[in-house]
Design a protein. Structure first.
Lengths: 364, 290
């Protein structure tokens, strides 16, 4: 049993604070993804768990042990690096077995565990090659193999897929998920790619500027974003944000148009409150071309500026109240720029945020 | 324009022929003295001194070598074997020390942040800019007080200080090419930082370290100016200094001198070939990373 627990963890480089006292409990066998834009402190946090960075303040526990002052080798974790960090002067077999050899395992045990890991990852035919003779995806698999042979308490992944092309990334994403199901070990995974976060995570930790913005399951983070940052960071294309003000039970947008306050939020707003209305592109569609019927429809007449056909759907750029907005059209239709159409907003899935703090107005 | 067109290839051909000729002449200028030394080492003295010169040797002999090492009928009173031993001991010891310091320093400059790092590095490089001979008088005075004149440690210390800036600089460059994450991966895999260095980073920087070692060895092996002032006897005289023993007041034993020069050149030549191989290996390592 080895969960990971961070309590008030801080990291300073001189006067620069990169992680501001974060708290996080990761359960045994849980797959947690730290996601955020570059410079948000996610990699630093991972490296503090690994022991590759000193912890300025707070406490990191792996299992029951406080590991703050333990070197990486005593933490019983393994790590997959962004550039794979395979040892160029060793073949795949020696790369996989290196950790076991250092730990003083007998050659028989090493060979057996290496073969086992190689079989799981489909590396059996490549054991004699050196890293230079492998493709990107194969190197990635060797890096993962090196992590699993040691049967560690936790796997740490530092942007492991960002050096791969899009197709391979999709494949490897699936393999990582499969691997986790097979070996059932706690995983902390760092990425800046929200698709990876959504598809892999049991729980997502969204970080910005050294703070945790929200922790939750992918669906929680997607459906109930804690603030405008999470709302725009998770989901692709990002959520549209429209500034406005509450007037007579309606959100009056900057240009004067108004849409009703979503029913579930009616009791959460006060008259004349400055708010931000958040609505995902999937919830704005030309009338009759959305996904299912809207429970709380609001109709606006909008002009198409650009339409990007993606096959079964099109991404539409239009403007609401002077702000560019993305909308979706389902079905294989072609729209022309300049077309004026009635659009329907599915308000039951819209969000309201406080304009000043950016925080959601939902009950939390 | 059309009239000029055929003229251009001709001009180009002339240009490249000219370049080849120039290169050839330069190579001849550089190589002939060396080849002449080699040749003379295997010829009897009278053939070397013949006038007009005998270009194609009529007799080749190993007598010159036998003579300077004290075998055979004719002997020369020069302790070549001791000089050779001195040279080896001094060059090898100073190289090993310069490499150890170079590895520690190069690793520190490549991997750690510390105060005055840039200044210290610049200082080391500027030290190389001072011609060694300019320091000979102060070194002589200090060494005589310390009793280091005509001792092997005296020369070793000087050669170490000549070589350290260079080995630090070269080895720093090689460590810089090795991604930090390799050592980190090794540490996560269970290594101490020390083990990670010896098992991962050292083997990868080995070509660079070998190259630095060969350069350091050659510097010490060939150095003449300072050694000639600081050595007196068979206790510390090195081969290049010993070469001058062949000049007496009225005669110069060219044959013996050339034989000895060959003995000096051979290890240097072997080392140079090693450098070539390792430098290429070191440079291509950087290319396949990724």
């Amino acid at each position: 049993m080895a969960g990971i627990s961070l309590r008030g963890v801080e990291k300073h480089y001189g006067a620069v604070r990169v992680v501001h006292g974060i708290d996080l409990e990761i359960a045994h066998e849980e797959f947690v993804v730290l996601v955020g834009p570059s410079g948000c402190g996610k990699s630093t946090t991972l490296r503090m768990i690994a022991g590759l960075e000193d912890i300025t303040g707070g406490e990191v526990r792996i299992g029951e042990r406080v590991v703050n002052d333990l070197p990486p080798r005593k933490r019983n974790i393994s790590m997959v690096f962004q550039n794979y960090a395979l040892y160029p002067h060793m073949n795949v077999r020696d790369n996989l077995g290196f950790g076991l050899k250092i730990a003083g395992q007998s050659p028989a045990v090493i060979a057996q565990r290496v073969d086992e890991a190689a079989a799981i990852l489909g590396l059996t035919d490549l054991l004699g090659r050196t890293p230079a003779e492998l493709s990107g995806g194969q190197r990635q698999r060797v890096a993962m193999g090196r992590a699993i042979v040691r049967h560690p308490d936790a796997f740490l992944f530092d942007e492991p897929l960002s050096n791969l092309d899009a197709k391979l990334r999709g494949q490897m994403r699936a393999e990582i998920k499969k691997l986790h199901r097979q070996v059932r070990t706690t995983v902390v995974y760092v990425t800046h790619d929200q698709v990876e976060a959504m598809t892999l995570a049991d729980r997502i930790v969204v970080m910005r500027d050294g703070y945790i913005e929200q922790v939750g399951t992918p669906m929680e983070v997607f459906n109930r974003p804690a603030n405008t940052f999470v709302a725009t960071f998770i989901g692709s294309p990002p959520m549209n944000l429209l500034e406005g003000r509450i007037e007579g039970g309606q959100v009056r947008l900057l240009s004067g148009e108004a849409v009703p306050v979503p029913a579930r939020l009616a009791g959460r707003v006060v008259e004349r409150q400055e708010v931000v209305l958040g609505i995902r592109p999937d919830d704005i569609s030309p009338v009759g071309h959305g996904l299912g019927a809207a429970a709380e429809p609001a109709d606006l007449t909008l002009t198409v500026s650009i339409a990007e056909p993606l096959g079964m759907e099109s991404l539409i750029y239009t403007t609401i109240a002077g702000q560019e907005v993305q909308a979706k059209l389902y079905g294989p239709h072609i729209l022309q720029p300049g077309e004026v159409l009635p659009f329907r907003l599915a308000l039951e899935r819209a969000h309201l945020f406080d304009a000043r703090t950016g925080a959601t107005l939902e009950v939390r | 324009m059309t009239a000029l067109a055929p003229a251009r290839p001709l001009k180009k051909r002339l240009q490249s022929t000219g370049l080849w000729l120039l290169t050839f002449v330069l190579m001849v200028i550089m190589c002939v003295p060396g080849l002449w030394v080699m040749l003379s080492a295997f010829r009897p003295n009278r053939e070397i001194l013949a006038k007009p010169p005998i270009w194609v040797p009529e007799a080749l002999t190993l007598g010159n070598f036998a003579k300077i090492f004290g075998f055979g009928a004719e002997q020369v009173g020069i302790p070549v074997a001791s000089y050779f031993a001195n040279s080896m001991i001094i060059a090898l010891t100073s190289t090993v020390i310069a490499l150890i310091i170079g590895m520690a320093g190069g690793y520190a400059f490549a991997r750690y942040r510390f105060r005055f790092k840039g200044g210290i590095f610049l200082g080391l490089m500027l030290f190389r800019a001072v011609p060694g001979i300019a320091l000979s008088l102060p070194i002589f005075m200090v060494w005589s007080r310390l009793g280091l004149i005509d001792t092997k440690p005296g020369l070793i210390i000087i050669y170490v200080s000549l070589n350290v800036p260079f080995t630090v600089w070269l080895i720093d460059g090689f460590f810089r090419q090795i991604p930090m994450s390799l050592s980190e991966a090794a540490q996560v895999d269970g290594c101490t930082r020390w083990q990670a260095f010896w098992k991962i980073e050292f083997p990868l920087a080995r070509s660079g370290i070998a190259a630095a070692g060969v350069f350091a060895f050659l510097t010490s092996w060939n150095e003449y100016a300072l050694a000639s002032q600081l050595t007196r006897s068979t206790d510390s005289k090195t081969l290049p200094v010993g070469l001058m023993d062949f000049t007496a007041q009225f005669t110069i034993d060219w044959a013996g001198m050339c034989a000895m020069a060959v003995i000096i050149i051979i290890p240097a030549l072997i080392m140079t070939f090693l450098v070539q191989k390792h430098l290429i290996a070191g440079l291509t390592f950087g290319g396949v990373k990724g």
